[in-house]
Ligand binder design. Structure first.
Ligand code: ADP
Ligand code: MG
Length: 254
């Protein structure tokens, strides 16, 4: 049985897509079978995996809304994981879903057929708390929340946690938070340190915050542009060992 992890934060630019990609690539290095689900109509994960979203005739949208099997939509990536890709079609799903029976369960229905074939399914959520994100949280076992160590980092997290509470009550009582992942950490600035302290203090004892911190480095953007994971593009940087450690931690949990 796979573990389904939704990588979620409705703030954009906090490292959701980067974390999904690199955790998945690192889990693959450990020999785990991984499925990526791009649930963002922007298709950031799809692009990062080397595909041109708008040229894809079939995406996760067709599986969720048109009843295609996941297998018919799935692509193999060079990082190891398989991918259910997304493109702008998925933005229609938000609207289409409103009038649909079991509108929060469409992704769950898609993943049901394939979930036993994977150790991990990582869902890259879009930066809103709409129906797509609700679909991710309804099927997920866990949420992983990247939070950037910068100004206003925690503002959006409160709303996300509220949604988490509601989902647990109404849709998915097994959902839990595997951890908050501090990202974009700049050790040279006092500000970054203060925000990291604030994150730890705010959630202390309530929600796990990973000891692993992802430092800010231009290498991530460069790696994305080169179509590589941080582990292959710049294996010496802290970010590469951090995502490796995180993957090892996830893989070691029962
Ligand atoms: P999100 O999916 O939350 O919108 P992304 O993962 O797309 O965020 O990251 C936003 C931008 O920041 C991308 O250009 C990415 O390459 C870059 N980035 C991600 N993680 C880091 C990091 N630790 N340090 C510096 N830049 C990063
Ligand atoms: Mg993204």
């Amino acid at each position: 049985m796979s573990r389904i992890i939704a990588v979620s934060n409705q703030k954009g630019g906090v490292g959701k897509t980067t974390s999904t990609l690199n955790i998945g690539a690192a889990l693959s290095e450990l020999g785990k079978k991984v499925l990526f689900v791009d649930l963002d109509p922007q298709g950031g994960l799809t692009v990062s995996c080397g595909f041109e979203p708008d040229s894809l005739p079939k995406t996760v949208y067709n599986a969720m809304m048109r009843g295609l099997d996941a297998k018919e939509v799935m692509l193999a990536t060079k990082f190891g994981p398989d991918l259910l890709p997304a493109n702008i079609d998925l933005s229609l799903a938000e609207m289409d879903l409103i009038g649909t029976v079991s509108r929060e369960r469409r992704l769950g229905i898609v993943l049901k057929e394939v979930r036993d074939e994977y150790d991990f399914i990582l869902i890259d959520c879009q930066p809103t708390l709409g129906l797509l994100t609700l679909n991710a949280l309804a099927v997920a076992d866990e949420m992983l929340i990247p939070v950037a160590c910068e100004y206003l980092a925690l503002r959006g997290v409160k709303a996300l946690l509220k949604m988490y509470g509601k989902v647990r009550l109404q849709l998915n009582s097994k959902l839990r938070i595997v951890g908050i992942l501090p990202t974009m950490y700049d050790e040279r600035t006092k500000h970054s340190k203060e925000v990291l302290e604030e994150i730890k203090a705010t959630f202390n004892g309530k929600i796990p915050v990973f000891d692993i911190v992802i430092k800010r480095t231009i290498r991530f953007a460069e790696a994305a542009q080169a179509g590589e994971s941080i582990m292959t593009y710049a294996k010496g940087v802290d970010g590469a060992s951090a995502y490796r450690k995180l993957a090892e931690l996830l893989a070691s949990q029962a």
